[in-house]
Design a protein around this ligand. Structure first.
Ligand SMILES: [Zn+2]
Length: 159
């Protein structure tokens, strides 16, 4: 299964196949699709963050054409399950959601909410915005380093 390697700020981020499939399956092709959202989980090794999995949208999420509210139900249960099963190796790393645009770019609200999340939890939050052709990743560090770095991810084709 393919994986994608990218640089986000000073981090090396590896996105494993299952997470790429989830991103790809929820790209907003078509005019009636709604934004999809979830969390990303993974592990850290040798200065690398490996995204092993992304949760798909859950029934309780509030999804609109442009906008979403990710509810905890489902996403967090899955994260807890992975955490337990991996003996604490696989954990929460951040958030993802889709945008109905070819070249996805985080909105002001997206940047604000990732900053709030990083501050509130005092940890690094990785965010992914999945576009139709180009997706973006950026990173926030809780309270200390507020710099964000945005880089393009070329979406995998859904064929
Ligand atoms: Zn957004």
């Amino acid at each position: 299964m393919q994986r994608l390697i990218l640089e986000v700020a000073d981090l090396r981020v590896v996105i494993d196949g299952p997470a790429l499939l989830t991103f790809s399956a929820h790209r907003q092709a078509g005019s009636l699709t709604r934004e999809a959202c979830g969390i990303v989980m993974g592990r850290e090794w040798d200065g690398t963050l490996e995204i092993t999995e992304a949760t798909p949208p859950q029934k309780s999420d509030r999804r609109q054409r442009t906008g979403y509210v990710r509810m905890p139900a489902g996403h967090l249960a899955l994260a807890r399950q992975r955490w337990k099963a991996s003996g604490g190796l696989i954990g929460y790393l951040g958030e993802w959601h889709s945008h109905p645009e070819d070249e996805a770019y985080p909105s002001g609200r997206d940047l604000q909410s990732s900053r709030d999340l990083a501050r509130r939890n005092g940890c690094r939050i990785l965010s992914f915005i999945i576009g139709l052709r180009t997706s973006y990743a950026y990173c926030r560090n809780g309270g200390v380093d507020r710099r964000r770095t945005i880089c393009a991810i070329t979406s995998s084709r859904s064929t």
